[in-house]
Ligand binder design. Structure first.
Ligand code: PLP
Length: 382
């Protein structure tokens, strides 16, 4: 059986060989606890500190600002819940297209007396600053908007949102999980109080992430215990995964320009071929990360197309992998004003450095052929 063509890098990425090499000593002989005082513990502590520097450098922050977590989900929850616990109940503004691990903790705050407001997006999937200005007329404690959308890849004007949030005295957070490694990310330039990143989206291991924090605000930790991570996240550090995260950050920075050039060329060719086959490419006119295309074909169900493409050897996603268990149309596409019928057809292709032009041509041909076949079957059934 031939190896499938992996085109689902927004769900997760294959670990880079050099990242694995960096991790292996900490899975084998260097098994010390980073809190232990002996030599093995010191080796582990130094490795965690080095990774902290690497993650900080990748996002233009200082090492002391990095709180390691189990991933993006935990970092997002830590900011939303940790900030809310320090503030009186008021309004929280969250992007209408934000990931469930931001949207759901925000919704949960309603039970504690907060008002939830979802920040609208335009037809291209970009946050509507006019809607934000209206929202910020209410006393607002927290604003959280993602930097790059996981489904469409559309980039959000986070710096402009943060400037408005700060003026309104709100704490500003951004989920940069889908941005780091794909576009430059700079904590200071964004002007946020908190920034979430995750290792497995940039060729690092699963189970490591970070919340990068402006030290002028204080969050209530989610986990209490031994006081790890400056008291912000108790629990023995996952040293191998953190080491891998650091190595992946170094790699992402070093390869960013090459990644962008490689993926943009492939994505533009894919977009053109899909459009020629009659597909709608969502957010095509908006600034996007270089590796993501989300499209739909009239009358073709996204789930069915994904299954058919899988049979033909292509790994792609319908909507977002995180919600792929659900048959509901994508909330992101609905927020963009896409009809539920067309949104049910959404398929996401997310590229990586190992993909090539032949794979893109083969995929586009497979999409067109499968769509014709499915349409013929539907026509025969009526
Ligand atoms: N935020 C976004 C935008 C994501 O796409 C994901 C995962 O798909 C997450 C957060 C969750 O990150 P993790 O898998 O590290 O928990």
């Amino acid at each position: 059986m031939s190896v499938p063509v992996y085109l689902d890098h927004n769900a997760t990425t294959p670990i880079d060989e050099s990242v694995l090499e960096a991790m292996l000593p900490f899975l084998r002989q260097q098994h010390g606890n980073a809190s232990s005082r002996h030599e093995m513990g010191t080796v582990a502590r130094r490795a965690v500190d080095r990774a902290r520097e690497q993650v900080a450098a990748a996002v233009g922050a200082r090492p002391a600002q990095v709180v390691f977590t189990s991933g993006g989900t935990e970092a997002n929850n830590l900011f939303i819940k940790g900030a809310a616990a320090m503030l009186r109940p008021q309004q929280i503004v969250v992007g209408a297209i934000d990931h469930p691990c931001v949207a759901m903790p925000a919704r949960d705050l309603v039970r504690a007396g907060w008002t939830l407001r979802r920040l609208a997006v335009d037809a291209d999937g970009v946050a509507d600053l006019g809607d934000l200005d209206v929202a910020l007329r209410q006393p607002t404690g927290i604003v959280s908007t993602m930097l790059a959308n996981n489904e469409t890849g559309v980039l959000q004007p986070v710096a402009a949102i943060a400037a408005r949030a700060r003026q309104a005295r709100a704490w500003m957070h951004s989920d940069a999980v889908q941005a780091l490694g794909k576009v430059p990310v700079d904590f200071e330039a964004l002007g946020v109080h908190g920034l979430t990143v995750s290792a497995h989206k940039l060729r690092g291991p699963k189970g490591a992430g970070a919340l990068v924090l402006d030290k002028r605000i204080e969050l209530k930790p989610l986990l209490h215990g031994g006081g790890h991570e400056s008291g912000m996240r108790s629990g023995t550090e996952n040293v191998p995964a953190i080491v891998g995260f650091g190595a992946a950050c170094d790699l992402a920075v070093a390869r960013l320009a090459a990644f962008e050039a490689h993926c943009v060329a492939l994505r533009d060719e894919l977009d053109a071929r899909l459009a020629a086959a009659g597909a709608t490419v969502f957010g095509r006119l908006a600034p996007r990360v270089p590796n993501t295309t989300c499209f739909a074909l009239d009358g073709i169900d996204g789930e069915t197309l994904v299954i058919e493409l899988d049979r033909l050897g292509f790994c792609v996603a319908s909507g977002s992998a995180c919600s792929s268990m659900s048959t509901e149309p994508s909330a992101t596409l609905l927020a963009m004003g896409v009809t539920p019928d067309l949104a049910r057809g959404a398929v996401r292709v997310s590229l990586g450095p190992d993909n090539d032009a032949q794979q893109i041509r083969d995929l586009a041909a497979a999409v067109a052929a499968t769509a014709s076949r499915l349409r013929r079957l539907t026509a025969m059934a009526v």
